[in-house]
Design a protein around this ligand. Structure first.
Ligand code: ATR
Length: 280
């Protein structure tokens, strides 16, 4: 038997913490023949993604993570899709089994598992979601699948929020997803939500920017979650200053990664080991 290969396809991927996290778990669990590789695949030319994904199969990979900007484009390349990946319309984990490409989405349960672990009961919460990209779709699915009844999505391009609401209403008939444009008055009107989640990329590269108006403050009973990890965004700093509970995206990263690890290896998701990886 040779090595068992997995990796992360994205563009860029050099900043990703997934290789470090998975390699740490492999070594702690004695999986010494497993390797997790950086697999940068550009968006142009367009056929590169297909070549790369089919190349994984040719090279006997066990699977891969897929990240920005390929999570949606990779979907039609799969031989089959999990329920989650199909409804979300995005794949973040591929498992290659008997020559078949199986597409999963562990972002949705990963996000929910992080909330549950933090003792946050989403079933009774009013949620405000900022952004309507692939991550927002996964998070909306995860929240609805765990009994959340009220989600408002605000996005710069409102039509994209509407597309998510429509897709979810087919799957979760009694849940309520409202949409509006991401502007001052809509932020103000929805600022009282119990849980406010930023999934926009604002704050990712420009540390002085946030998808929120600085005049609107939070209260100590609110939870503010930013899926960006590895830095405290201006949005989370603003939330902390208002005494709200501020949570960054590291927990989501760990939980989605632990679930992918479990899909590939068949072992229990190594959540604690992956957490420890960021403490050393
Ligand atoms: P991901 O897969 O991580 O969700 P994405 O699909 O590229 O990434 O989505 C990025 C999100 O950030 C989108 O909601 C995008 O808004 P649009 O749908 O209008 O493009 C949002 N976003 C990025 N830059 C933004 C900006 N400067 N102002 C407002 N929203 C922004």
């Amino acid at each position: 038997m040779g090595e068992s290969l997995v990796g992360i396809i994205g563009w860029p991927v050099s900043h990703s913490q997934s290789p470090k996290m998975h390699s740490y778990a492999f070594s702690k669990l004695g999986l010494f023949d497993w390797r997790y590789l950086f697999l940068p695949v550009d968006i142009a030319p367009k056929h590169r993604l297909q070549e790369a994904v089919f190349g994984l199969r040719a090279l006997n990979f066990v699977g891969a993570n897929i990240t920005v900007p390929h999570k949606e484009a990779v979907l039609p390349l799969m031989d089959s899709l999990s329920d989650e990946a199909l409804c979300i319309g995005a794949v973040n984990t591929i498992h290659i089994k008997d020559g078949q490409l199986l597409g999963h989405n562990t972002d949705a349960p990963g996000f929910v598992n992080d909330l549950l672990e933090q003792g946050i009961d989403i079933s009774a919460m009013k949620v405000l979601l900022l952004g309507a990209g692939g991550s927002a779709r996964a998070i909306t699915y995860g929240l609805l699948a765990h009994g959340c009844k009220s989600i408002t999505i605000l996005n710069r391009t409102e039509e994209k929020a509407l597309v998510i609401a429509k897709a979810m209403s087919q799957r979760f008939s009694e849940s309520l997803v409202k949409t509006a444009a991401l502007d001052f008055s809509n932020i103000k009107n929805n600022a009282h939500a119990d849980l406010i989640i930023n999934t926009t990329s604002i704050g990712l590269t420009d540390l002085s920017a946030m998808p929120w108006d600085p005049q609107i403050h939070f209260s100590s009973s609110q939870v503010v979650y930013d899926i960006i990890y590895g830095k405290k965004t201006k949005f989370l700093q603003h939330a902390s200053l208002s005494q709200a509970r501020a949570i960054d995206g590291l927990g989501m990263l760990i939980h989605q990664g632990a679930l992918a690890f479990s899909i590939w290896t068949g072992l229990k998701a190594p959540v604690q080991i992956m957490k420890d990886c960021f403490k050393v």
